[in-house]
Design a protein around this ligand. Structure first.
Ligand SMILES: Cc1cc2nc3c(=O)[nH]c(=O)nc-3n(C[C@H](O)[C@H](O)[C@H](O)COP(=O)(O)O)c2cc1C
Length: 218
């Protein structure tokens, strides 16, 4: 797959089928993940590949509880606000997020990502993104989730035997599977709104109306 196609179209693919992800594809995802940089090349990461349906159900049910906690606190009122504003994009994200909340217990593959000595996450996120891009290259959809890390951290850790005393923590859970929907370019605000030249608020002078890659681009 073209590098830019992967960069532009790797998105949260929450709705996936129950079709298993082949072992060689899982290997490639993880082997690509650990090629990523980390501060001082410390590689302070561990990856739990979860394919046992019972373990997926356990982790998925904890995620559902964590999601509900998040909706009651951090995202309280978000749905009502999106409805009142007619914000279709937010409503679509909320609907697919709800799908994952209801179905994570049945997806074919979860990757539970653990790190230590990385309070900012800056040494784990490049590797997570490598995993997601590698999955994209194989047609596997992924969703980076963090609700469990905030609201069901210790329960998830204990369910998987992750040793807390060595400083390991669950940084994210990546839900994976073959998408039931279509890939598309990730919707974002225009690049010219968020990039300045030489000084804060100085425009770049670029005339860029939309994504510089699209299906059919060379
Ligand atoms: C740090 C981080 C945490 C996230 N946590 C969750 C999560 O817990 N559940 C979820 O469904 N999506 C989660 N997402 C996915 C985002 O909601 C998603 O990437 C964003 O809405 C953009 O959508 P798109 O990737 O489809 O363009 C997370 C993304 C990031 C970067």
């Amino acid at each position: 797959m073209d590098l830019y196609e992967a960069l532009y179209t790797t998105r949260a693919m929450r709705r996936v089928s129950t079709e298993p992800v082949p072992e060689d594809v899982i290997q490639l995802m993880l082997d690509a993940a650990i090629r990523a940089p980390s501060g001082s090349n410390m590689q302070n990461w561990r990856w739990l590949v979860i394919t046992d349906p019972e373990k997926i159900a356990t982790v998925g049910h904890l995620y559902a509880e964590a999601f509900d906690m998040g909706m009651k606190t951090v995202y309280a009122g978000a749905k009502e606000r999106a409805e009142a504003a007619g914000d279709q994009q937010s409503l679509r994200v909320q609907s697919s997020s709800q799908w994952l909340r209801d179905n994570m217990a049945n997806v074919p593959l979860l990757v539970v990502v653990c790190d230590r000595n990385d309070p900012t996450g800056s040494s784990i996120y490049p590797a997570i993104w490598n995993l997601m891009l590698a999955a994209r290259g194989q047609g596997v959809g992924t969703t980076l989730t963090t609700f469990s890390s905030h609201f069901r951290h210790d329960e998830t850790r204990e369910a998987l035997g992750i040793p807390a005393e060595k400083g390991w923590r669950v940084s994210a859970i990546i839900s994976c599977g073959y998408p039931t929907g279509k890939w598309g370019v990730a919707a974002r605000g225009p690049v010219t709104d968020v990039v300045f030249r030489d000084h804060w608020d100085n425009p770049t002078g670029w005339d860029v109306a939309g994504p510089l890659w699209s299906a059919g681009s060379k």
